[in-house]
Design a protein around this ligand. Structure first.
Ligand code: ADP
Ligand code: MG
Length: 413
């Protein structure tokens, strides 16, 4: 620990709430006009997301509970009487100008692949269109690579714009699928689909209960604002390292566990109580694999418990129990699943000590962000405590966001 940094005066922290949606949409329209020299046909947007609870269970057919955050990606766009797809971003200098009829994954590199990939994924639906040309200007508020899913926000905003410009009559789920296909098959990144579901299907004041077995969803009341509560997001700025290798290893461990228990996935390995769970887990010989299974099985149960509490009353009424579930989720990810890193643990410990109802890492781990359920009027104090703890450790200063459960993708103007 670096004790030279003095915690005597609380660090000043800046809580970045997202700029208002209509102002941001206006700005995107202006950027379009400056860039392409004429007015866009419209502006569409889609939010980033955090997963409230249900981590590392998607590939074992579990449940997740994400919510859309206030930070969105905006796509100002217009149809053109050509077959050129032209894409630009306020956040990245790379531009794309390509024949929209002959898109291939090999032909597009860098960030524009997330946009072009959506058009490519929807290609079978647009065979009848006279021309496919369009200009798209991207302006995103979701921080890139912080684990808040700027990539899904980008794909889903693009999907809304493309759907509207080409009048494709797609359903929201078709756009979720197109966004997933864009990321996995066109951009060549890996995604489980939680991000895109949350970005398209979320409702304001609600979380989204997602069943990863059949991808069915339903909104769950999660109205933080009216209850004087907020979710404090901390982008820990920790460098992601070994993420792909560790992810693959965890997946393999969880598959080994399911095999040892003789179930298709760990979703099917239910135990009535902790004693029954211990008996069940004793059938797994390998100690590490046993701990991995313990995380997945208990995490799936925690999502069910969280959901049941929200069905039984307001967030306020059950805030202590909800917070305890968040804490238990993090502890399980730290001890049983071993996907946390010091930055994540320090942020979570500091948030809890400063009075958060509960705190946990969110996303895949090995870096990224944490969330803390806090009294809205204490958010700054909790952020300040995290900031101080980071300074004491000699970590780079974290970045804070306040998030309220927001509306999924749609048209702005
Ligand atoms: P996350 O989704 O957690 O933010 P990813 O690595 O999945 O992290 O996605 C980040 C990538 O998405 C960026 O590197 C960039 O290619 C692309 N991206 C997201 N938002 C924008 C934007 N506004 N402009 C350009 N590229 C973007
Ligand atoms: Mg992403």
């Amino acid at each position: 620990m670096n004790s030279a940094a003095s915690p005597a005066s609380p660090a000043t922290v800046e809580l970045s709430a997202a700029p208002g949606r209509s102002e941001a949409a206006e700005r995107a329209a202006q950027l379009f006009e400056e860039s392409f020299g004429y007015e866009p046909d419209g502006v569409w947007s889609a939010p980033g997301r955090v997963n409230i609870i249900g981590e590392h269970v998607d590939y074992q057919d579990g449940f997740c509970l994400p919510m859309a955050i206030s930070h969105r990606c905006f796509a100002a766009a217009a149809r053109t009487p050509t077959d050129r797809l032209r894409v630009r971003s306020a956040q990245d200098e790379t531009v794309l100008d390509i024949d929209a009829r002959t898109l291939t994954p090999e032909a597009v590199t860098g960030w524009p692949a997330y946009v072009a990939g959506v058009l490519w994924a929807l290609r079978s639906r647009i065979s009848g269109a006279s021309t496919r040309g369009m200009d798209i200007m991207i302006d995103g508020q979701v921080p890139l690579g912080a684990g808040l899913s700027s990539s899904a926000a980008l794909e889903c905003a693009s999907a809304e714009a493309i759907e509207a410009l080409l009048t494709l009559s797609t359903e929201p789920l078709d756009r979720v699928r197109a966004a997933i296909t864009a990321e996995t098959d066109f951009a060549g990144a890996s995604t489980g689909g939680l991000d895109q579901s949350a970005s398209v299907l979320s409702r304001e004041g609600h979380a989204l209960f997602l069943d990863c077995r059949d991808f069915s969803t339903r909104p769950v009341p999660w109205d933080l604002a009216s209850q004087g509560l907020a979710l404090l997001i901390t982008d820990t700025r920790a460098e992601h390292s070994h993420v792909d290798g560790e992810y693959t290893a965890r997946r393999a461990d969880s598959e080994r566990a399911a095999e040892a228990l003789g179930v298709p996935t760990l979703r099917d390995a239910e135990a009535a109580d902790p004693a029954a769970l211990q008996t069940l887990l004793s059938r797994i010989g390998d100690e590490v694999v046993r701990r991995r299974a313990h995380h997945v099985i208990t995490e799936i149960q925690r999502v069910k418990d969280f959901d049941a509490l929200l069905a039984a009353g307001s967030v306020r009424e059950h805030v202590a129990e909800l917070g305890a579930l968040l804490n238990a989720s993090h502890d399980s990810l730290r001890e049983d699943y071993e996907v946390t890193v010091p930055h994540l643990d320090v942020a979570v410990d500091a948030a809890r000590a400063a009075g958060a109802h509960g705190a946990r890492m969110t996303g895949g781990g090995f870096g990224g962000s944490t969330i803390a359920l806090v009294e809205a009027d204490q958010a700054e104090q909790v952020a300040s405590a995290i900031s101080t703890a980071f300074a004491e450790q000699g970590f780079e200063a974290p970045v804070f966001f306040l998030a309220l459960p927001s509306e999924g993708a749609g048209q702005d103007r």
